[in-house]
Design a protein around this ligand. Structure first.
Ligand code: MG
Length: 387
């Protein structure tokens, strides 16, 4: 029996992970659940899975939860709650499925406790990939990628030596605005951007998919997970989302991983690794898929992708600034305070204002992250004051 903790159990990945648990009750057991603010759904999950530990973002959320179910003895909130879920002694695998950077400390604590990490959250690696991967090496902990592209690359690499790999090729759906010019995107709304063509996901990642920042963050994520420089990580737009990513070997062979677009597959892979289990999803029928297309990304229409390469190539703390400014920009866009094409402008302006610095400790990472958020919020206010 593999005992699971989920950070972000009420979100899109979290609920898919619980569906995987439901399909394998003889192999998987839920031991700890952490959620943001959705106390009602967490209460349902508590009644169904009887976890030993639960956590919510706020104390108010915990009060609501207590009114809705009979919670376990350990109920916590805030950063303490995330830590309690991630370090619960009986847990084998921690699935990090929360969005944003709040779970960074919890992931590091889980690694220090020797837990296997199933990582669905990319911001943690973008912000502190060096710290996380160094800690995983020091504690002999596996980081298994759940992000579908990195999960695909993990499958294609199949423990192959890095010397045999020429480049990693991440596929991108292109998002809802594929084929549109930057000029035509100035007036699009959050509702337009939230209509993703192939994946059902949370709001933050769906907006990131529309700007192509999601792919940019994934380039940085791939760098840390697989030890590849930016120059050996490429992106191709593949609107059908059937090829989840590829690895090109030194002899020119390209290994691709294909499958239907269902996050239960990469989640189950991370839970079952190195085994393979039957999956509760339909099989892929390639004869019904039609044509599979592959295109160069529209770099100039979607500047976020190039910004992410610039941050990674800078080899200092610039990815922290990129990520923090992007979170502020996406939040402002969702609230109608920032235009769609102003998202990359705000991120670039924040990156340009950054004066460098090494982020080799958690304190340094949080300090640079805090500076970038303040700078980006000031940038939003400046843009709003322009009539
Ligand atoms: Mg992805």
């Amino acid at each position: 029996m593999i005992r699971i903790a989920i950070l972000g159990s009420t979100g899109s990945i979290g609920t898919s992970a619980l569906a995987v648990v439901d399909a394998h009750p003889d192999r998987l057991r839920v031991v700890a659940l952490g959620a943001g603010n959705n106390a009602a759904l967490l209460a349902e999950q508590v009644r169904k899975y009887c976890p030993e530990v639960v956590a919510l973002a706020s104390g108010d959320g915990v009060d609501t939860l207590r009114g809705l179910c009979d919670p376990p003895r350990t109920v916590a909130s805030g950063a303490e709650g995330l830590l309690a879920v991630a370090t619960c002694p009986s847990v084998d695998v921690v699935l990090c499925a929360s969005s944003g950077t709040a779970a960074l400390e919890a992931v590091l604590a889980a690694i220090a406790c020797g837990k296997t990490i199933a990582l669905a959250n990319k911001e943690v690696l973008v912000m502190a990939g060096g710290l996380v991967m160094d800690a995983a090496r020091a504690h002999g902990v596996a980081i298994l990628p759940v992000d579908s592209e990195h999960n695909a690359i993990h499958q294609c690499l199949h423990q192959r030596s890095g010397a045999d790999v020429r480049r990693l090729i991440l596929t991108a759906s292109g998002g809802p605005f594929r084929g549109r010019s930057r000029a035509s995107l100035a007036g699009v709304t959050a509702a337009d951007a939230l209509k993703h063509p192939t994946w059902q996901m949370g709001q933050k990642i769906t907006i990131d998919s529309a700007t192509l920042m999601n792919k940019g963050l994934e380039v940085i994520e791939a760098h840390w997970l697989f030890g590849m420089p930016a120059s050996r990580i490429d992106v191709v737009v593949h609107p059908q989302s059937i090829v989840h990513s590829m690895v090109e070997l030194r002899d020119g062979s390209v290994i691709a991983q294909m499958g239907i677009t269902d996050m239960r597959l990469p989640i189950q892979y991370a839970f079952s690794y190195p085994e393979r289990w039957d999956a509760p999803v339909p099989f892929l029928d390639l004869t019904r898929m039609g044509t599979l297309e592959f295109h160069e990304p529209a770099w100039d229409d979607f500047p976020c992708l190039r910004l992410a390469y610039r941050a990674l190539e800078a080899e200092n703390s610039l990815p922290i600034v990129l990520n923090a400014a992007n979170e502020v920009a996406v939040d402002a866009f969702l609230r109608g305070e920032l235009g769609f094409t102003a998202i990359p402008d705000l991120i670039a302006a924040t990156m340009n204002a950054h004066t460098g610095g090494v982020a080799d400790t958690l304190d340094a990472v949080r300090r640079i992250d805090g500076w970038a958020r303040d700078r980006a919020r000031a940038g939003v206010r400046e843009l709003q004051s322009i009539p």
